[in-house]
Design a protein around this ligand. Structure first.
Ligand SMILES: [Zn+2]
Ligand SMILES: [Zn+2]
Length: 145
């Protein structure tokens, strides 16, 4: 396979236990379908708490190294990071350094969830004093996103 960014030949490499294809030219990496999830799992493996993977996809400029189809860009988990993916579910392209961004954002996610959990707990204690279980459920619903 060739790099969709600079067209150098990709070389197979082990990255944190995942077999990825790295570009020796620009430093980007190709993740097969499912390997993005594996990469996230090296930091945070609670899939049900990760949120939606893709927000707002739109036409990109790269071509999939597997099928030659035009790739799409998507907003990664509503964070300020855009990644390229093949609609045929061949995989995801990460430019140099974006794999670190993914892992940072997963760490951020853990912190956010932790904070949210504490907020829910405090609300719970507060509302328990008020003794209003139905209101409590509504408030909990607000936090469940
Ligand atoms: Zn390249
Ligand atoms: Zn493809």
């Amino acid at each position: 396979m060739n790099c969709p960014r600079c067209h150098a030949e990709l070389t197979v490499e082990d990255y944190r236990g995942i077999e990825i294809d790295r570009c020796p030219g620009c430093g980007g990496m190709w993740l097969d379908y499912g390997e993005l999830d594996q990469l996230e799992d090296t930091v945070f493996d609670k899939d049900e708490l990760k949120g939606s993977l893709m927000f707002r996809s739109f036409e990109g400029e790269l071509v999939c190294p597997k099928c030659g189809g035009r790739m799409q860009l998507f907003n990664y988990r509503a964070y300020n990071l855009e990644l390229d993916f093949c609609e045929q579910q061949h995989g995801v392209w990460l430019d140099a350094g974006e794999e670190k961004r993914v892992m940072e954002l997963m760490k951020q996610r853990i912190k956010d969830i932790d904070r949210k959990g504490k907020a829910e707990e405090e609300w719970g204690n507060f509302l328990a004093k008020l003794g209003s279980p139905s209101f409590m459920d509504k408030v909990k619903g607000l936090f469940r996103k």
